[in-house]
Write a protein that binds this ligand. Structure first.
Ligand code: 13P
Ligand code: SF4
Length: 322
């Protein structure tokens, strides 16, 4: 996978206006809705009909009546929309936009893990394949995981997958001992505690915002742990004017738009000059690929109908419990 630093649709940092017009025209012709996750390139976020975190995108998808949805995000997000609304044509600008966390939990290995613990309720993070969702009792996102896990009795035996950091965070917060799948996101695990503390020493007034997919020591020093939407809300509501943000750097765009005058510092990646606080999968989507995908109605997200039928219930349960 290649991490593209610059959008091929940009010329000298400027967005090609005719490309944007082309996209808007195609969108209208096809009756399509464009959804974008906060980790998308700025120019895609600015053009989208809806932007949000994984929870908001799933909630919005459940209410849409458009015949076509372009999910500017990663593949599992497109699958979630398709599972909720099998009658819609769901497109994704780049079919290679996967997710290292979802990949850390292959269907067959997870099926074996579940079979080895038949008395356990299976709670999975939405960052999973449709096949893993089909093995799950209820899904969660980082925005509702604490709330949903807390609806189960304290002594409920629970398998939680695939993110070990989010799972450990929930265990700590709720005093539970969920059995954790050993998966992680290659972006969120890369933040260095040492460098964040150095940044905090240079900006003692700054609040530290941390996504729960980051490693546990970061949770401990955080002023706020939460989903991208929760971190954004905290920054908007908080009196502080400087924030150190430990999650994928795409969220900084919306933070700066929503909080003019406040300062947002991207938590430093482990290696100087490395773009490892960017999700290379998310950044595969570009304006040009968005235009092509609307024009060609491809790549289309397809989910096997039997798998989708099994995966729908845990998504619906999540939406009911959110
Ligand atoms: P949220 O959208 O739940 O904040 O999750 C972040 C993420 O990594 C999505 O892939
Ligand atoms: Fe997956 Fe991590 Fe990228 Fe989110 S940031 S899509 S969890 S690889």
């Amino acid at each position: 996978m290649k991490v593209e630093k610059h959008c091929p649709g940009s010329v000298d940092g400027k967005i090609d206006e005719s490309l944007k017009e082309e996209i808007l025209k195609l969108k209208k012709e096809k009756g399509a809705v464009i959804m974008a996750h906060y980790y998308q390139r700025e120019e895609i976020q600015d053009l989208a009909d809806y932007i949000g975190d994984s929870l908001a995108l799933a909630q919005i998808a459940a209410t849409l009546d458009a015949p076509m949805v372009v999910m500017c995000g990663v593949h599992f997000m497109g699958e979630t929309v398709k599972i909720i609304s099998p009658e819609k044509k769901v497109l994704i600008p780049d079919s290679e936009a996967g997710c290292s966390l979802a990949d850390s939990c292959p269907d067959d290995r997870f099926a074996k893990f579940v079979a080895e613990h038949p008395d356990h309720t299976v709670i999975s993070y939405v960052n999973t394949s449709a096949g893993v969702k089909a093995l799950t009792d209820v899904l969660v996102t980082s925005g509702n995981a604490l709330k949903i896990v807390s609806t189960f009795p304290a002594d409920e035996k629970i398998i939680f997958g695939p993110d070990r950091n989010l799972g450990a965070y929930i265990n700590n917060e709720t005093g539970r001992q969920m059995l954790l799948w050993d998966g992680a996101c290659h972006v969120h695990e890369k933040f260095s505690l040492e460098k964040i503390l150095k940044m905090k020493a240079d900006h003692p007034e700054a609040k530290i915002l941390v996504h729960p997919e980051c490693k546990q020591p970061l949770h401990v020093v955080a002023d706020k742990v939460g989903s991208t939407a929760a971190l954004l809300k905290y920054a908007m509501d908080c009196d502080a004017d400087t924030f150190i943000v430990a999650t994928e750097s795409g969220i900084l765009h919306e933070m700066r738009k929503k909080c003019p005058g406040k300062k947002f510092l991207a938590a430093p990646p482990e290696e100087p000059g490395c773009a490892c606080n960017e999700c290379g999968y998310m950044k595969l989507n570009t304006l040009e690929k968005l235009r092509d995908c609307l024009r060609d109605e491809a790549p289309e997200v397809i989910v096997d109908s039997e798998v989708a039928a099994k995966a729908r219930r845990p998504i619906e349960r999540m939406l009911e419990l959110s």
